[in-house]
Every structure is written in structure tokens, then in C-alpha cells.
Ligand binder design. Sequence first.
Ligand code: HDD
Length: 723
Amino acid sequence: MTKKQEPQKGNSKTDDLNQNTENGRGHAMTTNQGLKINDDTNSLKAGERGATLLEDFILREKITHFDHERIPERIVHARGSGAHGVFKVYDDSLKKYTKAAFLTDPSRETPLFTRFSTVAGFRGSADVPRDVRGFAVKFYTEEGNYDLVGNNMPVFFIQDAIKFPDLIHAVKPEPHNEIPQAASAHNTFWDFVSLSPETMHNIMWLMSDRAIPRSLRMMEGFGIHTFRLINEEGKSHFVKFHWKPLLGTHSVVWDEALKINGQDPDFHRRDLFEAIESGAFPEWELGVQIVPEEDEHNFDFDLLDPTKLIPEEIVPVQKVGKMTLNRNPQNFFAETEQIAFHPGHLVPGIDFTNDPLLQGRLFSYTDTQLSRLGGPNFHEIPINRPITPIHNNQRDGIARMEINTGKTSYHPNSISQGDPRQAKVSEGGFASYQERVDANKVRARSKSFMDFFSQPKLFYNSLSEPEQSHVVEAFCFELGKVDMPEIRQRVVNLLSKVDGALAKKVADGLGLAVKKPEEPINHQFGADANPQDYQPVKVTPTLKESPALSMVNTIKGSIKTRQIAFLAADGVDSKSLSIMKDALESEGAVVKIIAPRSGFIKDSSGNEVKVDHSILTFSSVLVDAIYVPSGEKSINTLKQTPKVIHFLDEAFLHCKAIAADDEASELVKITYIAKYLNKNLEKQIDNGLLLGSISDKNFSENFIKAVGNHRFFEREKEGKIPA
Ligand code: HDD
């Protein structure tokens, strides 16, 4: 286990939050009015067995507060986990593009809070449904708060914010019976998708392994929209923001995700919390793709269309700085639940474009906080307030904390000598980018948004074979849960526009044929619009493949924070256990001893070994790899424990690294791994199944390499184990 480090102290946001922290240690209990409480256990009664008295203000205060503890959860992204951290830019190379100091001054360390989330599920839903993940970062800069409110996928489902309520109503549980929870696999979602071809690109990402991340720490993040960077001279460049995790981008497999949600619904929340507590601080590099204004129309898609990405092979991602998450919240509700993000929280040097999805978001985020956080003063909640002072003429409202002194609350005024005054641009005043606009007021969508299929195809083409087959399986699963055949058929028809072979495989899985759609397939246009103006246009893309889109090409090799289960029982060989444990821990992995019972087991030298989990309370889906140390007695016990056999089979099914020392191979031989593959296990099946001896130094080294490889998907070609 990595050594625990002290949380960062004394940055400007920590100091700010400290003003509002409270801790009851060493103090007497009081009411909210500060009165010391003598008895918190019994209500005030008319006699020991009599009725409770209305005058019991202590009881009333306690119950009343409790009755109002809940606030509405977020309409979307209700389930989330967050952490504090810092951002530091590497150098001042972005100065030619932006005047945002936190992006150009390498001496600054900007405090921040990041909240990750799923989209569809309720606040108490599980962490690993098939879903997009929110990736929202609030930078507390010296010029005010800047929020980058993105997702772990670089594109969105729809092109115009006016369709957002429809998309979300379709994906959320169905209105008549509130089923299913945190799942897109149902009629209404796919009904909407089947009539809205603009969703296809994000749908392809949603059906890929990106939608089931191994860890929040192993996800990319994307700002999605094209934004603007504005420099000192007022010149604008287009920019797309990326977050690149230093641990690489990794996913679990679908069967595993289904099981994790039962075994540990807090899988991602726990993983993030524990990594930070142990001092293994998650890190991401901030990347930018910069496009000069003059090049706006040089792409085969529209930069304002949020269903499109700029392939990294066309505009490389420049890594400009690093975010480190280094402190867990002290109170989930006060911080993670009450934080309020808004893509419209800007600092000088960054501005918007006319992306119609972004434009609508600029309204929605403040508006939603009014009901979620109860009024217009949510910016005063400690986690939301900037580290810069706030001075303006806004006043009053529910739960106002600030005591605004002075005689004026308007501008212009003479009584307060005109203060608070407006700031010149040279003093840091924000001035919107002066984009020239000359157009008719219309409800319409640009023809340049009507290529719905070439980027989904680019994505699919860029995936490795196993990644592609996971996409096929995901479509078959999701549409298999749709019980209206006409919806399935429409989706298959749309898929045929993306990739004929993909559509055929999905159709086969569903027992359908790929049909040519007879009617226009886009149903999203106004009543008086000409449908032809909204039908897909065919574009021949510049690129056939974009290797950056496949997780095969991500960072691999590190086993830092990877969870390794050691299956052991009484009599486990002490050397076999300790040599491998030391080797793994020295690389930053976390070893969990899993035994048939809780408490302690005795190793071959008679020493007690603490059991982390009994096999009853644990499952292979909660770890990255498995090691079985030798020890005849231990192996004999494990052989007679059916859950152990299942544990190994399941880990193999999920393509994880497995190592067995000496006689531990005998245990592997009675699993399906041997039976199913019908191979001689003395020979290696792949580099992820290691049957060797701990006395051979290469054994632990090869296991470390295997864990660092993440998964061995080539196994899936051999067929799947029934585990
Ligand atoms: Fe949104 C929350 C990301 C489109 C309306 N959104 C929310 C969160 C994330 C995103 C990460 C959770 C923030 C948190 O942790 O508190 N949303 C996106 C992205 C989008 C997007 C990347 C497209 C590129 N969203 C979008 C549109 C609308 C909204 C088009 C409405 C027109 N989003 C909301 C919201 C939420 C929200 C209803 C719910 C809670 C909140 O805002 O604070 O206003």
C-alpha cells in the first residue's frame, strides 16, 4: 500500500472552507441556539409513561431539522463522487492564445474540486451501469471560478439544447412504473434514439467499453463543445479541452459491471476515496486542441456541432498542465452534493462559441440550482464560493449569509462614490468576445450538422476486434431489453448507415434482418420545416481510423493501486505469500488476502496472517488480478471451496491476470479454465495465465507485467467460460 500522505494544507480554498468547518470532539452537545443539552435520549413527557409535551423544543428542533435533511437530487448526474485537488500549468506556452492566468502562469497552483457522476441513475444508484460519466471541474482561480463541465466521452447525443429534456425523459425510468433504474436498456430510450440519428455517435461510445470504466481515476474527460481562448490582444482561437489520466483509460467488461453493481454498488466511489486516502493521488493532464479562427471551415464537420470530435491525428492534443486530486471531502453533503457547476462560469481568456447545445446549457445550470439548492444564494455555500471577494448590488433572498453593509445597492450611485465600480478589461474586467453576427432570427439547424454517420463509423473502425465485439454485444443486450420489435428494427436500420457488418451482427443477435428504411429517418424537425432539409447528408471523411479512439493504445504498464486478490487458507506457504506480496506492493499494487473465513489464517511457519475478506463477502469482480500462493494444506482447502473455483473461473472469463505458484496449479486444473479450453495447462494459454514457481524471479516480474497489461481479451476468441 502506498504510504499515506498528509492532505495538502493551507491552499486558498482549503483556508476558505476551514472558516465553516465544525467538529464536536471535546465539546458539549448544544441546540442550534447554542444551549447545552442535558438529555438527548428522552423526550419531555407528562410522567414517565405519559404523552410527550408540545413544549419540548429540544425534541421539536431535532425532529424538524431531520424532516428537512433532504434536498432534491440533480435532475441528471445525481449519483456522483468528488474530491479536492490542484491544477498547475506546465509553462506559459498558451500565452499566445489566452490571457487566463491559471492556464499560463506556471507558478500558480489553482485549487479545484472535481465531481464525477453517472447520468441516468438516482442518487443512490450503483456506480457501474452502462452510462456516460460526468467529469466536472471547478477551478477556484484568482480571477473567479472557472467550471469545465464535461463528460468522459468527447461527443453528446443531441445537437440542440431544446432536445435535452426529451433525451433525459427518454433515458430516465419510464414514467408509468419508474422502471428501470440507471439503465438505458428500455423502450423509451431506444425509441428516441431510433428516431434521432444525431444520437448515433454518442450511442456508439455508450455501447463501447468507455461506458463501463474500471475506475473514475482511469477515465478521459472532455469539454465536448468547441470553446474559445482569447489572448491579451483580444484574438480568438477555437479550443477543445481534454483530460488524459496518467493511469491510462481502462474499463471493466459488461458481465463484470453487472456483478459489481450487486457486490459493491459504491465500487467507483470507494476506489476514488481509498486511492486518495492512501496517498495514491489520481492525476490527469489537461490537453488542448487549438484551431485558428481562419480554419473554422476546413473540417469535414462543423466545429459547432457537439456530436463531432476533432480527431487527434488531425489536430494533436497538446498537454499543457496537470490536475492532481489530493484530498477527500470532509462531508459528502456539504461538498460533493452541494457543489453547483455551470459551463457559464468563465474567467477572462475563455469564452463560448455558438454551439446550440452549449448556448442552452448556459441557461439551465443556474436555473436548476434554484430548486435544488433552494434559492439564489447558492453561490454563498462554502464549496461554491470563489476565493476572490464578491462585490455587487445583488441583495437578500432566502438564506442570505453575507451582511452587505453600506447605504447603496444600485449602480450608478454617488452616495458610495460609485462603488462597487466596474472593472476595465485591463483591470481584469470580463468582456465578451465580439463575434460578428449578421443573420435572420430562425428556428432551424444548419445543414452542416446533418452528417450523422461518418464519425460513428470512424469510432467503430478505430476499435480493436475485442472492443468491436463488445459493442455488438452491448447493442444486443440493450435492444434485447426493448420489447417493441419496431424500435429494434429502426435502430438496426440506423446502424446499417454506420457499418453494414455491425448492423448485420446486431440484427443476427436480435433475430432481425437489416431493412432499408422507407421513410425519412430523421424525425427531428419543426412542423412546417421541409423534412428533406433534415435528412442525413453523406460526407466522405478524411480519416478512416483514429488510433487515439481505441483503449488499446492507452497508457499501460503501471500496476499502481491495482487490487490483487491472494486466495489462501490455513497452511499457506509463507514465502510464496510474502515474496509475491512484497513484489506487488513495491510497485504500488494493493494486496487483499481472501480466505474461506474471516479473521486470521495460519501460514506454513505458524504465523497469523490477517484475512482482508472472507470469500463469502468478496468476489473476483472487485479485483484486477488473482494470485494463488502454494502450500499443500491451503490448496486442499481451497479445492473444496466451490466459491474459490468460481472466483478463478470468473476472473478468467473477465480476462484478468491469474498466477498460481507450484501446487496451486492443481487448483487451476479443477476449474473450467482447464476443462473449457481443453488444453494442457502446463503450457501457457496466454501471458495472463501464469503457472510457475515463486523461486523463479521471472514469475513475479511476469505477473506484474500481466497485471499492467490490464486484460487479455484474446481469451474471448476461445469462447467464454460459464461463470
Ligand atoms: Fe448537463 C448537470 C455535463 C448537456 C442540464 N451536466 C451536469 C453535470 C455534468 C454535465 C458533468 C453534473 C455536474 C455536477 O457534478 O454537479 N451536460 C453535461 C455535458 C453536456 C450537458 C458534457 C453536453 C455537452 N446539460 C446539458 C444540456 C442541459 C444540461 C444540454 C440542458 C439544457 N446538466 C444540466 C442540469 C444539471 C446538469 C439539469 C443537473 C444538475 C446540475 O445541472 O447542476 O442543469
